[in-house]
Design a protein around this ligand. Sequence first.
Ligand SMILES: [Zn+2]
Ligand SMILES: [Zn+2]
Length: 272
Amino acid sequence: MLGSGSAGNATLLEDGGRRVLIDVGLSYREVTRRLAELDVPPETIAGVVITHAHGDHTRGAGLFSRRHGVPVHTTPATREVWDDEVSSWGELACDEPTDICGFRFTPFEVLHDADAETVAFRIETADGTIGYATDVGCVTADVRSNFSDCRVLVMESNHATDLLQVGPYARSTKARIAGTRGHLSNESLAGYLRDHLGRSVRCVVLAHLSRVNNVPELAEMTCREALEARGREDVRIVVSRQDRVAETVDLAAWPAPAHVAPALGRQASLPF
Ligand SMILES: [Zn+2]
Ligand SMILES: [Zn+2]
């Protein structure tokens, strides 16, 4: 996770030298600076995949695409509302797997308040599947079924419900954030983990934390309590940050999953 939060989101996915960015919501300058911290030259990025057309997910994507000749993969609806030039487009279709640089992305629609549809991803790699949902108002049956056999979950833990309610935002903004098309609370994520966490999950990455209505330690504690209630103290928790690169998650660190997609490469890691 190069950075995550309402001021910009970008995630680097790497598998044996093949590299993809999910969202480029940081500025071009900032995303290249953070890639440099990981010794990743921007010209080695082979694709950009976009969840939805909010600025905190797209800000640097156009310039990144043009400067490095990188295709931007979106659904047609997101492309329709896109207001920037890109080097080239790649198309994503909901519920259809698309191979991008050795990763098999299956986008599916989630509830969120973007003009065009918002998607989450099920991402199959040689070392297991990643569930990726950073802007999601509520955990739907689609999320549960797509994430049931994942090894790593990257999920929104946006706000603490009581901090949002006593916080400085206008009443209408609070209602929008807390609504089913808004952002996922620590408590809603905890409810999902407590009741539905898949057996193969080894790591939960908390994403899109609000700097106003959340505290990283509180988000982590709420998640930890839910995992304990599920009897899964073994699951690692990584808290992503707005202002810095988070610790790397390496899927190859766990024993190989039973089912390995033959078309995919050997090793996959997520430099969070
Ligand atoms: Zn966002
Ligand atoms: Zn959004």
